[in-house]
Design a protein around this ligand. Structure first.
Ligand code: COA
Length: 176
């Protein structure tokens, strides 16, 4: 199947409100069935408020890439130049902090295009390893990351509201 035509751009602080609404919707679509409404409400308010999105978009250690189809936001990837998880062995690791595609666009190849765009940003930072945490119960995302060359290298905890969850930590080398 050929990939539909999508475009990419770096988010700016002007995108904070739209990004907040999109991120909340996609996170809810993905995880609401496996979590309590209370835990979801706490996490959505804490992680994806417009103020939090704005602060992240103004943070020089982060880049947020928006993926659009006909000007409509259909996915985003957030990269963070941060201290890595202990299992990450790299000279300059870059964290793929968020990676979300609208459900209507799953299975159509655009997630791979978003990953290509994310790798390009990470390489431009002189990153040599891209790493991420993914809920161990998110089999679809884990399968996607494996197809993209990521391997499991460890685990970390993630707090969703009152629930402490196990994330798999995965990484892949950023070859030129
Ligand atoms: C993760 C995500 C970006 C992948 O994009 P996608 O377009 O769905 O990816 P693909 O279709 O290329 O690959 C998904 C793979 O998982 C498989 N899959 C689908 N549902 C699955 C399930 N319940 N269990 C295991 N594998 C599953 C698909 O068959 C496919 O594998 P295949 O190509 O070998 O058949 C997208 O699903 C998404 O945004 N999900 C919601 C947000 C999310 O979970 N983000 C990751 C947070 S760390």
């Amino acid at each position: 199947m050929t990939s539909p035509s999508v475009s990419f751009r770096r988010a700016t602080p002007h995108d904070a409100v739209a990004l907040s609404a999109f991120a909340r919707r996609v996170f809810h679509d993905t995880f609401a069935a496996d979590n309590t409404p209370e835990d979801m409400a706490v996490y959505l308010a804490q992680a994806f408020s417009p103020a939090k999105q704005l602060a992240e978009l103004e943070d020089a250690r982060r880049v947020c890439l928006l993926m659009e189809a006909d000007g409509i936001l259909i996915g985003y990837a957030s990269l963070l130049d941060s201290a890595p998880h202990a299992a990450v062995v790299a000279g300059h690791p870059v964290e793929l902090e968020r990676f979300y595609v609208d459900q209507r666009w799953h299975g159509r190849g655009v997630a791979a295009s978003l990953m290509d765009a994310a790798r390009t940003v990470a390489r431009a930072w002189q990153g040599d390893v891209l790493w991420l945490g993914v809920w161990e119960r998110n089999a679809k995302a884990i399968r996607f990351y494996e197809k993209q060359g990521f391997e499991r290298i460890g685990a970390q905890t993630f707090r969703l509201g009152s629930d402490e969850q196990q994330d798999a930590v995965m990484s892949t080398a950023l070859t030129a």
